[in-house]
Ligand binder design. Sequence first.
Ligand code: ZN
Ligand code: ZN
Length: 602
Amino acid sequence: MIGTSVLRQTHVLMLQDDHFQNLECNHSFKEQEFISVLKNCNSIAEIKQIHAQVIKLDLIWNSLYANNLVVTCALSDWGSMDYACSIFQQIDDPDSYVFNSLIRGHVKNMNPEDALYVFDEMLERGVVPDNFTFPILLKACTNLRAIKEGNQIHALIFKLGLDHDVYIQNSLINMYGKCKEIQHSYAVFHNMEERTLSSWSALISSHSGLGMFSDCLDLFRGMNEDGCRKTDESLLVSVISACTHLGFLDLGRSLHAYLLRNFSKLNVAVETSLVDLYVKCGSIEKGLSLFDRMNVKNQLSYSVMISGFGLYGGFHEAHKLFVEMIELGLQPDHVVYVGLLSSCAHAGSVELGLEFFDRMRLEHGIEPTVQHYGCMVDLLGRAGKVKEAFALIEGMSMEPNDVVWRSLLTSCRLHNELRLGEIAAKRILLLNVGDFTMLSDLYARNGMWDDVAAVRKEIVEMGLSRNLGKCTVEMKRRVYAFVSQDRSHSDSSRIYEMIHQMEWQLRFERYCPDLSQVLFDVDDEEKRQLLSGHSQKLAIAFALLNNSGSRVIRIVRNVRMCGDCHAYTKLVSMIYEKEIVVKDRNVFHRFRDGRCSCRDYW
Ligand code: ZN
Ligand code: ZN
């Protein structure tokens, strides 16, 4: 109970305010008046005055007054959940409206656990939850990734016959998706009589969150075919990011055009995802021009652009943006530093890289992650400081991952560091064909033919000989995939004919197939044939046959490119006057005029 001194104090406060003075004089507080006073309230101090007044007039026992006080306190931006709960304790028979508001207030204030406690109390006190209770409650479960509670709530929804409510269904799709139970999301989605934009959006963003990007695009197509022509910006961010991950630039571009036609203004999240699309799909100029034209840029926008320069080695540009973002008062995060460090690695700026590595911790309080160490190993390794790179790995506070060891192996191959190269290869857990090629290269350069043979044997034994590279190339909004020695394509004979022509031309440029890249024990002629059938060459041949008009060929591959394909692609870019952009796991190779942007280090 509130003491008389407090009441007197509030009384004085009220006298200073004309609005409340009137109430004081009337000695009553009509329901309508009360509601309108509450509506105009905009601070917790004012709520306290009204609360005091309600107690003074002995109206707190009237559920209308108490309920509305709780709801206003719980849901206003300036509200206080503590105060809302304290008033709530004084209500004898709270109804579902009050419970729902408290649950909503807790979720809004990032306390989803408390929201579940309130729900328990609701059930204990025999208040039946309604269609407003469940969407927000499921949101609490989603935020907590509490699938067990979510399942129980789903069962209750069934029991209460609310399973056909579209808002509840959408919340269920979202909850199951975020809790990685995508098959349950599907089940709810399939059982819906009517699907709204939110239903599609929940299902698509769930797939995006699980990295199921092809499914995202299939669903987006399905959504259009289903007649759901509306779309919103958050859904588009999911779809654009699916294109980005899959490297589907043309499709992303047509989405961009669609956005420009249908939205007068794009929000910063959509614009940033478009910048990311262009940058990651190999069109940094387009990404930069879009970035420059953005009216509002946030931390993520800078992060995306700086990472882009990290991929392409635009050190000066990355540095300039870094300075700009600091000046704007935006805090760089660990992603920004990954971009900066990798741009230093590309530029060979060891000193600056080390300086940024220190600044990251000392100035911005970011502890280096395994990714930052990967960049540093790359930086030192490229510059020939392989021993320093190894020392850095040994001093890491966490377990180095495959990326770190692979960076070291790459440097060892480049600088012919046999001993450290062997150590690195032994530490890579998931060796792929590319790693074996690097190791066998290293042995071959040191004349260790028995070891070369042993590596080849291991590849066959591990069944990796079948797991050769796959390349995709996008043409007229369709994606074509090629595996090595692929003859399944309907245009196969023309493709091999083109390969033959290309090689003939390449020979004039003194191209000589690098047979050491073939790790199988076959004769030289067969090696030559195996090399010609590498998926990247098939993809290039196909692209040259089919997009004579376009200046750029874009290829995405799943494993590291072999040295022969690299040399071959450089020459093709010169002879056919095409720019060939190859995304090779996490590196971009941009082949132009017989050179590659990676400067032969990858
Ligand atoms: Zn190859
Ligand atoms: Zn390259």
